[in-house]
Ligand binder design. Structure first.
Ligand code: NAD
Ligand code: IPM
Ligand code: K
Ligand code: MN
Length: 368
């Protein structure tokens, strides 16, 4: 098969530690000659600030433009916390999303059976859970203008941001969510606060209008606060959840806790397809650089490995290989190996690299 151009951006903290484990999986695929990746590595976040003075240098953007898919780690950390707002490491991921037009952030939350015990909820409430959060990722309060910290005419200071969504921004992410729902169980829950926010009212209006293009999908609306409560108490009622940039960010961390750990959840962030069907896409775990455990070799690499599986499925149509990797991860968990974040009584606690090695061993067995 033709070479697939892959850009790897490990970033900061546990980012490079968990990306290293994906490399094992990529090496394994190379050995099997199932596919050849043309890999390039780039700088982003604090690592890019240290080396080149910018969290997302133009060089990285050029690499990203050329790539067929991007595997992203995580950015940020205490070392860069006192930098001015415009030069923080987090700007790295925000620029990639914005400048590549990656408007739809897909965050599946799946409870792997062996992990039901690790959930913050009772096992029967989550066993078999399989939901997909579609988070808008280039608009809303993350990018709205005006924003800033200023001194008002009365001498007092204020900080402010703007939540704003255009018709097109809502419509394109809604369409993607409807298409996904149509391929799943056909239920879509759109989340906003139409009761208090004008942008929320508008969101509901445009999503409702878009629904007429998808008669097979059952659309319901839910206020974001209620959705948080429902996720934390009866998560299995949901199939696809559609939310703004900010609400989607918060609800997906909540969904992670329900599935067991932030260390398990991958994501895909997709742009629009061009005439030839090519689209920019970035894959990353939903967790951050975890400064509290960075450098200790104990981070869970599963979210990063599963992000690579999503990359194979969404960017390269390699469903079979994606499923193989997912099955290998599930087998490792079922076999009783656990990183600290998903530890349960009776399991064997292991570090990042033992976990990665175990996934490759299971791949060997599954492919034999
Ligand atoms: P975080 O996701 O980094 O960590 C939250 C908690 O989850 C921590 O206790 C951490 O140890 C744990 N955790 C996260 N991933 C884990 C893994 N793979 N295995 C085991 N435990 C894991 O969130 P935070 O602490 O709020 O943020 C830390 C830094 O990361 C900040 O600078 C933040 O801005 C950044 N961040 C970046 C991204 C990204 O790169 N897309 C996402 C979220 C946060
Ligand atoms: C995420 C993170 C980012 C976000 C930050 C680091 C900009 O929390 O990817 O979920 O808020 O989108
Ligand atoms: K991340
Ligand atoms: Mn987040």
């Amino acid at each position: 098969p033709a070479n697939k151009k892959l850009l790897v951006l490990p970033g900061d903290g546990i980012g490079p530690e968990v990306v290293r484990e994906v490399r094992r999986v990529i090496d394994w695929m190379d050995r099997r000659r199932s596919v050849t990746f043309e890999m390039e590595e780039g700088l982003v976040g604090g690592a890019a600030i240290d080396a080149l003075g910018h969290p997302c240098p133009d060089r990285t953007m050029q690499q990203a433009e050329r790539a067929d898919a991007i595997l992203f780690g995580s950015v940020g950390g205490p070392k860069w916390d006192s930098l001015p707002f415009e030069s923080r490491p987090e700007l790295g991921i925000l620029r990639l999303r914005k400048d590549l037009g990656l408007f739809a952030n897909l965050r599946p939350a799946i409870v792997w059976s062996p992990l039901a015990q690790a959930s913050s909820l009772k096992a029967d409430l989550v066993d078999g859970l399989d939901l997909m959060i579609v988070r808008e990722s280039t608009g809303g309060i993350y990018f709205g203008e005006p924003r800033g910290i200023e001194t008002m005419p009365n001498g007092k200071r204020r900080g402010f941001d703007t939540e704003s969504y255009t018709e097109e921004e809502i419509e394109r992410v809604a369409r993607l969510a409807f298409e996904l729902a149509a391929k799943r169980t056909g239920r879509l829950t759109s989340v906003e606060k139409a009761n208090v926010m004008q942008s929320g009212r508008f969101w509901r209006e445009i999503v409702t209008r878009t629904a007429s293009e998808f008669p097979g999908v059952e659309l319901s609306h839910m206020y974001a606060d209620n959705c948080a409560m429902q996720l934390a108490s009866r998560p299995k009622q949901f199939d696809v959840i559609l939310a703004s940039n900010l609400f989607g960010d918060i609800l997906s961390d909540l969904a992670a806790a329900v599935t067991g750990s932030l260390g398990m959840l991958p994501s895909a962030t997709l742009g629009a397809a061009d005439a030839s069907g090519r689209r920019h896409a970035l894959y990353e775990p939903i967790h951050g650089s975890a400064p509290d455990i960075a450098g200790k070799g104990i981070a869970n690499p599963c979210a990063q490995i599963l992000s690579f599986a999503m990359l194979l499925r969404w960017s390269f149509g390699m469903d079979e290989d994606a499923r193989l990797i997912e099955n290998a991860v599930e087998k490792v968990l079922a076999g009783g190996l656990r990183t600290a974040d998903i530890m349960v009584p009776g399991a064997a606690r292991v570090g990042t690299s033992i976990m990665g090695e175990a996934v490759v061993r299971e791949l060997d067995k599954l492919a034999a």
